[in-house]
Design a protein around this ligand. Structure first.
Ligand code: NI
Length: 177
C-alpha cells in the first residue's frame, strides 16, 4: 500500500497512450490497483487512471458513494476497469463541470456523451459490461481519456467556462482536488 504522487498537467507522461494489460490477477497488478486506490482515496478523488501515477497501462478506477468534489452527482459503484472499450449509444452530449487530480484547483465545462456502454475486465478477469448515463458515463469517459493521453481541458469548447474552483464556486467548501 502506498500513496503515490499524482502527475500534473504539463508532464509528458500524461500525454502518452497507455498499453493494454496482458496478464491479469498478478501480484504486480494487484499492487498497482492498491496504490491507485490509496492515492485516489487520500485525495478524495472520483477516479484515477494508471498514467496519472506514471504507469502506462490501461487501468482506471472510479466510484464513490457521495463525493464532496461533486456534491450533486449520484453514486457510482467502485469499479476497477482494465482494457476498456467504450461504445457511445447516442449522439447526444451533455455539458457539466469537471475537475481532475492532475489539474488541481481548476474546473471546466466539458461536453460528454450522455449514454454509453463500457466493457472490460477487472483485476481478476471478471467481465464488466455496463450501459450507463449521466455522471457515471462522464466519469468513465474522463478516466478512459487519460489512457489516450487526453486531459479534460483538451475537451473544453468554451474557455470562458474554465477557471479556478474557488472563484467559480465562491463560498463552497473547496477541496484542492
Ligand atoms: Ni483526471
Amino acid at each position: 500500500m502506498a500513496i503515490k504522487q499524482v502527475l500534473k498537467m504539463g508532464d509528458p507522461v500524461l500525454l502518452a497512450v497507455a498499453k493494454p494489460v496482458d496478464r491479469l490477477d498478478t501480484p504486480e497488478l494487484h499492487a498497482l490497483i492498491q496504490d491507485m486506490h490509496d492515492t485516489m482515496e487520500s485525495l478524495n478523488g472520483a477516479g484515477l487512471a494508471a498514467p496519472q501515477i506514471g504507469v502506462g497501462l490501461q487501468v482506471v478506477i472510479f466510484g464513490f458513494e457521495k463525493n464532496q468534489r461533486y456534491p450533486d452527482a449520484g453514486e457510482v459503484p467502485f469499479t476497477v476497469l482494465i482494457n476498456p472499450q467504450l461504445t457511445f449509444l447516442s449522439e447526444e452530449k451533455e455539458d457539466d463541470w469537471e475537475g481532475c487530480l492532475s489539474v488541481p484547483g481548476l474546473r471546466g465545462m466539458v461536453p460528454r456523451y450522455a449514454q454509453l456502454r463500457y466493457q472490460g475486465v477487472d483485476q481478476y478477469g471478471t467481465v464488466i459490461d455496463r450501459n450507463v448515463n449521466g455522471f457515471h458515463a462522464r466519469v468513465v469517459q474522463h478516466e478512459c481519456d487519460h489512457l489516450q493521453g487526453i486531459l479534460y481541458p483538451m475537451r473544453i469548447r468554451d474557455f470562458r467556462l474554465f477557471g479556478f474552483t474557488d472563484v467559480l464556486f465562491p463560498g463552497q467548501t473547496v477541496i484542492d482536488d
